[in-house]
Ligand binder design. Structure first.
Ligand code: PEP
Length: 246
C-alpha cells in the first residue's frame, strides 16, 4: 500500500530557496510510488500551485484560521488556502498548540472549516515528556482526538490523516521505540473505534512524526499499523527527503 509522506517546512526557506528546492527535489521523486505532500509557508503556495501541476507531489498549509473571513488581522482562511490549490492543511501541530495556546476546541473548528471547502486535514496529536512520564499518554490522546473530531460524520474520516507526533520527539533527535509507536498507534485506532467503528479504525490513515530522518525512516515505515511519516527538519534537505520517500 502507498505510504503517505508529508514534509513540514515550518518557518523555513525564502521563496527563492523554495524554487531551488523544487528544482532539485521533483526529479528525484518523479518515479516514486508513495504519496508525497509538502506543508509549506503561505507565501510559497502560488509558486507551488504552478510548479507542482502534473507532478506526483501535492502541497498544503501548516495552519488555517478558525474563521472564514472578516476582521482577523494576520490570519489566513480555509478559502484562501483552497483557492491557491492546496490539497490539505496541517492542524494541531504541537508548536501551534504550545506557542499560540491553540486549544482542542479551536482545532475542531479548523477541521470543520477545512472539510467545508474540501481540504484534507493532517491532524497532529501527541503527548509531552511530562505527560508521558506521568503515564498520561493514552488519556491525552483520547482527549485530543475526541474533541478535535467531535461532530464529524464517519464518512468524513477519509479526509483526515492522524499524525502521531510525541512532542518530546519533535526536533530533538529522540524517537520512541518501534514497539512504543506501534502500541500508541493501536491505542489511537482504538479511540477511533470507540468514536466511530472498527471499519473506520482499520481504514483511517495514521502517520508518525518526530525526528524522522533517512536512517530511521525505513524501520518506522515497517511498523504494521503506520501509513506514513510526517518529516520536519529532514525534509529541508531535498536529497535526504527524497531518500526517505524512496
Ligand atoms: C514536525 O515538525 O512535525 C516534525 C516532526 O519535526 P522534526 O521531524 O524536525 O522532528
Amino acid at each position: 500500500m502507498k505510504k503517505f509522506i508529508v514534509g513540514n517546512f515550518k518557518m523555513n526557506t525564502t521563496l527563492h530557496d523554495f524554487a531551488k528546492y523544487l528544482d532539485c527535489f521533483l526529479p528525484l521523486v518523479k518515479e516514486c510510488k508513495n504519496f508525497v505532500a509538502l506543508s509549506i509557508p503561505y507565501t510559497h503556495m502560488m509558486l507551488a500551485s504552478q510548479k507542482l501541476v502534473s507532478t506526483n507531489v501535492v502541497f498544503g498549509s501548516q495552519n488555517i484560521s478558525t474563521e472564514e473571513k472578516g476582521a482577523f488581522t494576520g490570519e489566513i482562511s480555509n478559502l484562501m488556502v483552497k483557492d491557491l490549490g492546496a490539497y490539505f492543511t496541517l492542524v494541531g501541530h504541537s508548536e501551534i498548540r504550545k506557542k499560540f495556546r491553540e486549544t482542542n476546541e479551536q482545532i475542531n473548528q479548523k477541521i470543520m472549516r477545512a472539510l467545508s471547502v474540501n481540504l484534507k486535514c493532517v491532524l497532529c496529536v501527541g503527548e509531552t515528556k511530562t505527560e508521558r512520564n506521568a503515564n498520561k499518554t493514552k488519556m491525552v490522546l483520547k482527549k485530543q482526538l475526541e474533541i478535535a473530531l467531535k461532530g464529524l460524520y464517519e464518512n468524513e474520516l477519509k479526509n483526515i490523516i492522524i499524525a502521531y507526533e510525541p512532542v518530546w520527539a519533535i526536533g530533538t533527535g529522540k524517537t520512541p521505540t518501534t514497539k512504543d509507536i506501534e502500541e500508541t498507534v493501536d491505542h489511537i485506532r482504538q479511540i477511533i473505534m470507540d468514536m466511530f467503528s472498527q471499519k473506520s479504525a482499520d481504514k483511517i490513515l495514521v502517520i508518525y512524526g518526530g525526528s524522522v530522518n533517512q536512517n530511521n525512516s525505513s524501520n518506522i515505515l515497517k511498523i504494521k499499523n503506520i501509513n506514513g511519516l510526517l518529516v520536519g527538519g529532514a525534509c529541508l534537505n531535498p536529497v535526504e527527503f527524497a531518500n526517505i520517500i524512496k
